[in-house]
Write a protein that binds this ligand. Sequence first.
Ligand SMILES: Cc1ncc(COP(=O)(O)O)c(C=O)c1O
Length: 353
Amino acid sequence: MRKHNFFAGPATLPFEVIQEASAGLLDYKGMGISIAEVSHRSPIFTDLVDEANALVKKFYNLSDDWAVLWLPGGASSQLTVAPMNLTEPQDKIAFVDSGFWAGRAFEAAANEANAFFLDSSKESQYDRIPKISDAQNARYLHVVSNETIDGTQYHQFPEVDAPLVADMTSDFLSRPLPMEKFGVIFASAQKNFGIAGITCVLVNKHVLPEKNSRKIPKIFNYHTHIDENSLYHTIPTYPVYVALLMLRYIDKQGGLTEMQRLSKQKSQLIYQEIDRNPLLTGMVAVEDRSVMNACFRSQTPEMDHKLDLYLVENDIVGIKGFPIKGGFRASIYNGQPLESVIHLVEVLQNFTN
Ligand SMILES: Cc1ncc(COP(=O)(O)O)c(C=O)c1O
């Protein structure tokens, strides 16, 4: 029996995707070889990359100004690679101190250029997203579209003169986007569209400088990967395959509009219960609540402990909050079935009764 899996990432995938992924690992399309055993340069694999690129472009309605890249190293490496590619060392990069991942991004970018915070919600334990209307002549504004640990999300992106560079690791492919605002978007796969090992990076070629005064190592230069269609080196081929299966799944469901509808439906069920249940409290401002990671706590750490045991007894796993935050975090990405959310809500109700 599959558990009701609320891990924040790596996270649950639709069972049909897991089944197809495992079949491809054993014998890809009856070819007598595993998809993990073919050259990344063979047409068997390059066709998959082309299909994945085309699906991402279709979902976000991307023109040829945009490149879709598949890179290893996780979003964590993009926190350095993006500023390295987009700025000169004397450039300013604006940040919104919205939570844990904004802090990580700031730390990485400060090694590459002049990173500064426009505003912060640190004093209120990152319970909200500061609203920004001026990027103060920065080369770009870095945003974390969904703060995975803190449980907040941008529902409206800032209106500023600078392009946005977005870490979308925990809400990529979960809703349509105003692409004209963005210069670069990156996301690790293991939350909304696959397993750990691959990062999807969208680069607007107009925002990427042709040349840079600093010498960017070839492997970290976006131009290298744009010129080679992500195949300059051996990318993690199996994670790309699983990502493609997720892209096909999203397409079959009805694309990003449908993903958005489902995310709203799933998160509303949980937030309604948090607001109704006298033992539970939401941890962030209502208007900034994430539809991907719903954070809540009970009345005391002792009660949290009891609730945690009760959830595990009821086949719910991966719902404990991040250690520095405590409480609970229900992660409800694209692969999370509605039935698991309904089950969670029932279990929370039973705990109270
Ligand atoms: C918003 C956000 N950014 C970046 C990361 C780092 O991703 P990775 O560990 O794949 O490098 C995470 C991981 O949880 C995340 O949630």
